[in-house]
Design a protein around this ligand. Structure first.
Ligand code: ADP
Ligand code: MG
Length: 400
């Protein structure tokens, strides 16, 4: 069902038909939320800084039907039945369920935690009590590749509920709510970037987001017009945001901000001496402050239509993440080094790190060569074969 050649409408129609088979009635509608690639601005979001992600042409689709009292005799009004086409080998669908009433963190596990987290956030933060519903999910965002498949699920659910319940939430409000869901319910201390990109992305553009004010602006990213594309190299090394490495980095940033007497690292003035910090904190702070500057520089280059000019800044970001923030891994470094050696204009790990994906800004005519070089390098090192695919900046979430 998830072939890249089928159009969005075809995917939605197929999903709606499947929903009817699974749940015995047609859905109220189908909603889409894309994954995202972060072009630059890594580990700056929870430091109130700048990020520049773009929504990609890979998305989660959800078909949803609100439970109406008379339709399922014997089914509780607050029951949620979930099914996903992303299922363990041999299984047709991955099924889950929960009740919208009385949700507490920990009361829904596995992937049900994401839809349940959204329901929980709506109850806790917006005073909305969500009725039961049926939901069928089909996503083309690879799971655990650093492209935010989890936020694609959360955002698809919140845009669907926003429409179906007539909540009138705007994109920044939905971004805040899904962040609350992920932080408080799922227990992953992630920032605001991923949901924002999924909600507010624009075709042919990147989302320049100020993570403090949540002001955002679409900056042109006309890759195709310049004969360029972004190649994603999914190393298939599994990361986990709930893992200690991510919280350790957040703690180091908080330590650094406190030691420097600022509310967040966003506020460290240029030229501030970091000499008083211990070595670990100093490196973490240095990454965040320099990364914020690099985001601003990339935005300037894109506004000046100098797309090729951003390559070196992307690579500088990787070096900083590798050496100062220390969130890369051998597979990501190999992907970046090999892509650059094969002609990429710039390359960096993207997402939280410790695995996941790297991106390379490449000329379209170099794609075959870069792909072949990366595959050969991974094979030579005895690493698992990476998944390679190109992405384009796509529109943010909405009803299909
Ligand atoms: P990512 O970087 O892809 O967001 P996470 O570990 O944060 O990685 O989220 C991945 C989790 O999101 C999966 O383990 C699963 O619980 C959920 N998820 C994502 N896509 C799907 C899907 N299509 N079906 C079911 N669950 C999904
Ligand atoms: Mg995630």
């Amino acid at each position: 069902m998830s072939t890249s050649t089928s159009t969005l409408q075809e995917r939605a129609d197929t999903l709606a038909r499947r929903f009817s088979e699974v749940f015995g009635a047609a859905p109220d509608g189908v909603w889409r939320a894309p994954g995202r690639v972060n072009l630059i601005g890594e580990h700056t979001d929870y430091n109130n800084g700048f990020v520049l992600p773009f929504a990609i042409d890979r998305s989660a689709l959800v078909a949803v039907r609100l439970r109406t009292g008379d339709s399922e005799p014997g089914t509780e009004a607050d029951a949620v039945r979930l099914a996903s086409t992303f299922a363990p080998d041999g299984a047709d669908l991955s099924r889950a369920q929960f009740r919208t009433g009385g949700l507490e963190p920990g009361s829904a596990d596995g992937w049900a935690g994401y839809p349940a987290g959204v329901v929980y956030a709506l109850a806790q933060q917006a005073g909305v009590s969500v009725p039961g519903f049926d939901l069928l999910l089909d996503s083309t965002v690879p799971v655990g590749a650093g492209l935010s498949s989890s936020h694609a699920v959360e955002v698809a659910v919140i845009v669907a509920l926003n429409d179906l319940l007539g909540l009138g939430l705007d994109a920044p409000e939905m971004a805040r709510l899904t962040q609350y869901a992920e932080n408080e319910f799922v227990g992953a201390p992630t920032g605001i970037m991923d949901q924002s990109a999924s909600l507010m992305g624009r075709e042919g553009g990147a989302l320049f987001l100020d993570c403090r004010s949540l002001e955002s602006e679409t900056v042109p990213l006309p890759l195709a017009g310049h004969g360029l594309e972004v190649l994603v190299i999914d190393t298939r090394v599994v990361h986990s945001h709930a893992d200690g490495g991510y919280s350790a980095r957040r703690n180091a940033c908080e330590r650094g901000a406190a030691a420097l007497g600022v509310q967040s690292l966003r506020d460290v003035p240029e030229g501030t001496s970091l000499d008083g910090l211990d070595e670990e904190t100093r490196k973490r702070v240095r990454h965040v402050t320099a990364e914020n500057q690099r985001v601003l520089q990339v935005v300037e280059e894109l506004r000046a239509d100098n797309v090729r000019g951003i390559g070196e800044l992307l690579t500088a970001s990787h070096v900083s993440l590798r050496d100062d923030f220390e969130v890369s891994c051998p597979e990501l470094d190999l992907a970046v080094d090999t892509a650059l050696a094969a002609g990429a204009l710039g390359s960096r790990m993207t997402g939280g790190g410790f695995g996941g994906s790297a991106i390379a800004l490449i000329r379209q005519e170099d794609e075959a060569e870069v792909r072949a070089a990366v595959l050969a390098a991974f094979a030579a090192q005895g690493f698992a074969e990476p998944a390679l695919f190109t992405v384009l900046p796509a529109d943010g979430a909405g009803r299909v």
